[in-house]
Design a protein around this ligand. Structure first.
Ligand SMILES: Nc1ncnc2c1ncn2[C@@H]1O[C@H](COP(=O)(O)OP(=O)(O)OP(=O)(O)O)[C@@H](O)[C@H]1O
Ligand SMILES: [Mg+2]
Length: 501
């Protein structure tokens, strides 16, 4: 259905695609994997007419085609769902779907007709979307399905999904995969980019592996496995398990007593000692995010009761900045909203949080910024955390998602903190990067830091944590030893013993 033949694309000095060739069989699900920056999105944006190739051919249904814009791609039956949705929040599903269809086109004529067609498509593909719902009332997973509907409405036969699962909870991933399998059964062809090899194995028929702008392998999914794919992607063996020595915890660093947040957290008490990683497992939306934000000082203090102690000092009344100065670092789950200033350069982003203390802030009243100190700090973080490309003058926006994550982690770990609050540390990060981040967290632990970890990946929390707390409905309902408790048992605690569907 789609073939790329010898596609080459440069951005300045970067060779993003180097004679990329791949073929997508009609009626199949084709996965594309590769490290951050390997050129996956670039290749698919070329197929969608978002970028034009410097050389090479795009072949659709056996014919070489000139795809100069997404408009040309859509006319050939190619649709793409981007990671950041392009929907107007205040409008309805149907309005969003007809939006952008050229006025005068028969498709743009009547909204009622559009609603009926959207409803029919939603039913046909099991999307469960109400065409009259306003976008802002929908969950992330539902908004993604609106993007799918938009492509289906335009009669896409080939759907390209760029990291659709990165923003989804595990349950929503299951729903999406059910929908994709249904689409395949109805003859659609799907290309999916993902970093999770378990997802590749679960959903795809074929897989193409990219590295450094090139295609380095192509397999039938049934004839490969996670270890082989990992080796192809990274060019070496990858530890798919976390190797960590026994923890040697010291005294308590964080002490939480009867902590409540209006309507969200209910009487939470626990400790994290220096030199240990305490994980929090829970079904998304059970207060994990709020707990981290409350500890970081990011919620309205009027809504908080109970006490938070850091190294014996009560910090409950301190602001977020005051807590950071006492040694609390925070890696937020939403890196684009809370973690970075996207239009500022990497050097400026690297000093967020230390911009009011030496060696960065100097002079009387510490009101001057020492440019050389900033440059040195940024260079150290970029080097130590392998941020690519290693150019401190780039805006944060120009980094791929995984590299943004490494920059934030580097900044927080270099503080260095007494307590690290870390949420979803490896979201959007490739497997080599995951291994690297896990190792950094274990090193930080072994240097005596206390770490509180939240992740929606049960595998990640159980592998990294020395102790595991289970949260449900804003409370801690159990503490378990992750090395001695099965995922099934943890799942039961997370759901309150109801059928762990
Ligand atoms: N618009 C652009 N301007 C400059 N460089 C770019 C642009 N888009 C991509 N690049 C560079 O091209 C290379 C390939 O990027 P691409 O986004 O295709 O990678 P990817 O495989 O999708 O990575 P990720 O898994 O992190 O999304 C990277 O080095 C990236 O920095
Ligand atoms: Mg990409």
């Amino acid at each position: 259905m789609l073939e790329l033949r010898d596609i080459t694309k440069r951005f300045g000095d970067v060779l993003a695609n180097d004679r990329v060739s791949l073929a997508v069989t009609p009626g199949t699900i084709h996965a594309i994997v590769g490290e951050n920056g390997a050129g996956k999105s670039t290749a698919m944006r070329i197929a969608y007419g978002f970028y034009s190739a410097d050389s090479g051919d795009v072949i659709v249904d056996g014919q070489p085609r000139r795809i100069a814009s997404p408009h040309d791609a859509i006319a050939l039956g190619i649709g793409m769902v981007h990671q950041h949705f392009m929907l107007v929040e205040t409008m309805t599903v149907a309005e969003n779907i007809v939006l952008g269809i050229e006025p005068g086109s028969p498709l743009a004529l009547d909204l009622k007709g559009a609603e009926a067609r959207v409803r029919a498509l939603s039913e046909e593909f099991g999307l469960q979307i109400d065409p009259e719902a306003r976008i802002e009332t929908l969950s992330v997973g539902q908004q993604q399905r609106v993007e799918l509907l938009k492509a289906l409405y335009r009669e896409a036969r080939l759907l390209i999904l760029d990291e659709p699962t990165a923003v989804l909870s595990p349950q929503a991933v299951e729903d999406l995969f059910r929908i994709l399998r249904g689409m395949r059964a109805q003859g659609k062809t799907i290309v999916i980019i993902t970093h999770k090899l378990s997802e590749v194995l679960a959903i795809s028929d074929e897989v193409t592996v990219m590295r450094d702008g090139r295609v380095v392998g192509n397999r039938k999914t049934a004839e490969t496995n996670a270890a082989e794919l990992a080796r192809l992607m990274v060019g070496r063996e990858v530890l798919l398990r976390v190797e960590k020595p026994e923890a040697k915890p010291g005294g308590p660093v964080l002490r939480v007593r009867g902590l409540s947040l209006k309507d969200r957290l209910d009487g939470i008490s626990f400790e994290v000692r220096g030199g240990e990683i305490v994980g929090i497992a829970g079904v998304e939306g059970n207060g994990q995010t709020e707990l981290i934000e409350t500890l970081a000082g990011l919620v309205d203090r009027k809504d908080v009761t109970g006490a938070i102690e850091l190294g014996g000092e009560d910090v409950t009344a301190l602001s977020a900045r005051g807590r950071k100065e006492r040694g609390i670092a925070h890696v937020p789950e939403d890196r684009q909203r809370r973690g970075l200033l996207l239009d500022f350069d990497l050097a400026e982003n690297a000093i967020l949080g230390v911009d009011e203390r030496p060696p960065v802030a100097v002079g009387p009243g510490r009101v001057w910024l020492d440019r050389e100190a900033i440059r040195r700090r940024a260079a150290k973080i970029i080097q130590a955390f392998d941020v690519r490309p290693p150019d401190a003058t780039l805006p944060a926006r120009a980094l791929s998602g995984g590299n943004q994550q490494k920059l934030i982690l580097g900044r927080e770990i270099e503080l260095p903190p007494k307590l690290l609050l870390v949420a979803q540390p490896t979201r959007g990060v490739d497997i080599g990067g995951i291994e690297f981040i896990h190792r950094r967290l274990v090193d930080l632990r072994d240097s005596g830091c206390a770490i509180l970890l939240v992740s929606s990946e049960l595998e990640e929390v159980t592998a990294l944590s020395d102790r595991l707390l289970v949260m449900r409905q804003g409370r801690i309902v159990a503490e378990v030893d992750p090395a001695r408790t099965s995922p099934g048992d943890i799942g039961l605690l997370m759901t309150g013993g109801e059928a762990a569907a």
